[in-house]
Design a protein around this ligand. Structure first.
Ligand SMILES: Cc1cc2nc3c(=O)[nH]c(=O)nc-3n(C[C@H](O)[C@H](O)[C@H](O)COP(=O)(O)OP(=O)(O)OC[C@H]3O[C@@H](n4cnc5c(N)ncnc54)[C@H](O)[C@@H]3O)c2cc1C
Length: 464
């Protein structure tokens, strides 16, 4: 069945999921003249990127929020839709709270001194060196691929150093980037991800790196604009339940309807794939890949104040906490005009599991007392307090992205990562070679998937 031979009313292609990956796929297909429908389970577009205008009039990003200068695809889309960005606030002294509770101020990108720093820097430099050999398009061709994939990041760190302070720093780095613990994640996946972003510094730092800038109207502004341009091709509140491949196309069944098309692009996180029934069943490697790719565990908590009072005390609001607090990292998330003060606290990995099990009052108390450690006693009394606990989000089940468990790349990566299964194609940030795990990666995955589909449709038309 070609796009031109399909039954009246049937689209050429169905896209499942209206995150950045699905929206990019659909936009590319629509631009190429392909009739496309996007089926989104939730009641909004943007997926893991969602902002809210709070009661006190500030816009906060509960999910993805930052854009870095080398995230060129995201920048291009933002420019196309006129979505403005502004630099992340980082003026003033930052603070580290060590695991013995000592709070130490520092300036610049990273502290020069502190427990475990020298060993931490040595091990992260080694990670960068190993990552420089990763083959991003065919990761399984990387030297020592199986050896690295067989080990967890924790096994690697412990083999490299016995400095417990350095190990604490390395653990927080893993939590901060993957929202997981070093014992849970494949060393090879860490290397792949580093290579995909352009190195360790790109992932960790602010200016010139992944945390460089924020969006004036929220990081979902671009997604909202893309959806507006796609118009009624985007159908919200319509979860896909099953996908059946027939002799000449696909049948995509939701709670409301059956949509027949030539091809389908599934742009949902691997960790949610098994909520869809596939007929024929998913290839064993795609299924195995999904089972080896759990979601990270993260919450973002915003505390809103009348003013960014910490700035007047020479503080940046940027903090790293290595102790018992549930909070790992804090940033100043105030609006560009500083009309309010906003601190955002990240809770992730095992800390998230413990913190999320507390009652509402205890969770709030734990976070505001961490904020008061880094910004002063005034932080104890926010005018607004907003939590987003991502593992509780039904259609996403966590964040920031799915990471790969030890052995997952070796067992299932080659055929399970993103190879199409007949007429079923895969998009989503987890399938990206560049900026895997980020919004930019979601966008490039949509471009790749749209390209695959256009080639397949063209091939059918040429044969016809
Ligand atoms: C707390 C947090 C902070 C982050 N910070 C950043 C950041 O600062 N910068 C950055 O670049 N990235 C960040 N990320 C990561 C970034 O948000 C993701 O990489 C990106 O949004 C993924 O886009 P996607 O389209 O691949 O997937 P998603 O956004 O997850 O989209 C998938 C869509 O599919 C839908 N869906 C699922 N199942 C079905 C179904 N059965 N039927 C129909 N629809 C379905 C979902 O509802 C969702 O809308 C962060 C993520 C989180 C959670």
């Amino acid at each position: 069945m070609t796009t031109r031979e399909r039954a009246a009313g049937d689209p050429g292609v169905v896209v499942v999921g209206a995150g950045y990956a699905g929206l990019t796929t659909a936009s590319r297909l629509a631009d190429a003249g392909v009739d496309v429908v996007v089926l989104e389970a939730g009641d909004r577009v943007g997926g893991r990127v969602v902002s809210e205008l709070t009661g006190s009039g500030v816009r906060v990003d509960h999910g993805g929020q930052w854009i870095g200068p080398t995230q060129r695809r995201f920048h291009a889309l933002a420019a196309r839709f006129g979505c403005a960005t502004f630099p992340t606030w980082e003026t003033g002294r930052h603070v580290e709270v060590w695991h013995d509770g000592t709070a130490v101020d520092y300036a610049g990108a990273a502290p020069d001194d502190g427990p475990g720093i020298a060993e931490y820097e040595r091990v992260t430099a080694l990670l960068d060196e190993l990552a420089s050999r990763v083959d991003l398009d065919r990761p399984w061709r990387t030297p020592r691929f199986e050896e690295f994939d067989a080990r967890s990041a924790e096994e690697f760190f412990r083999a490299q150093t016995s400095d417990e302070d350095a190990l604490v720093r390395l653990a927080l780095a893993i939590q901060g980037v993957w929202c997981a613990e070093p014992r849970e994640i494949s060393l090879f996946h860490v290397l792949f991800y580093l290579a995909s972003a352009g190195g360790y510094e790109q992932l960790m730092e602010t200016r010139g790196c992944a945390q460089d800038a924020r969006f004036t109207d929220g990081a979902d502004a671009v997604a909202r604009a893309m959806a507006a341009a796609l118009g009624d091709r985007v159908r919200l509140g319509d979860p896909v339940r099953s996908i059946r491949q027939t002799a000449d196309g696909v049948e995509v069944t939701t709670g409301r309807t059956v949509v027949r098309a030539a091809r389908v692009v599934v742009a949902v996180p691997p960790a949610t794939l098994e909520r869809i029934t596939f007929d024929p069943a998913l290839p064993a490697d795609r299924l195995g890949w999904a089972r080896h790719s759990p979601m990270g565990r993260v919450a973002k908590v915003h505390a809103v104040y009348d003013t960014p009072f910490w700035r007047a005390h020479g503080r940046s609001g940027i903090a790293t906490l290595y102790g018992e607090s549930p909070v790992g990292v804090v940033f100043d998330n105030s609006p560009e005009d500083a009309s309010r003060g906003v601190l955002v606290a990240f809770v992730y990995g095992d800390r998230l599991d413990r913190w999320a099990a507390l009652d509402d009052a205890a969770r709030r108390e734990a976070v505001v007392s961490a904020l008061s450690e880094v910004a002063g006693a005034e932080a104890k009394e926010p005018v607004e307090y907003l939590e987003k606990i991502w593992p509780h989000e039904g259609w996403t089940v966590g964040g920031y992205e799915c990471f790969v468990k030890p052995g997952g790349w070796t067992a299932h990566g080659r055929d399970g990562w993103r190879a199409p299964a007949g007429r079923v194609h895969w998009a989503g940030t987890e399938t990206a070679s560049v900026w895997n795990g980020y919004i930019d990666g979601a966008i490039s995955s949509g471009e790749r998937a749209a390209g695959e589909v256009i080639s397949a449709l063209d091939a059918v038309e040429q044969r016809g």
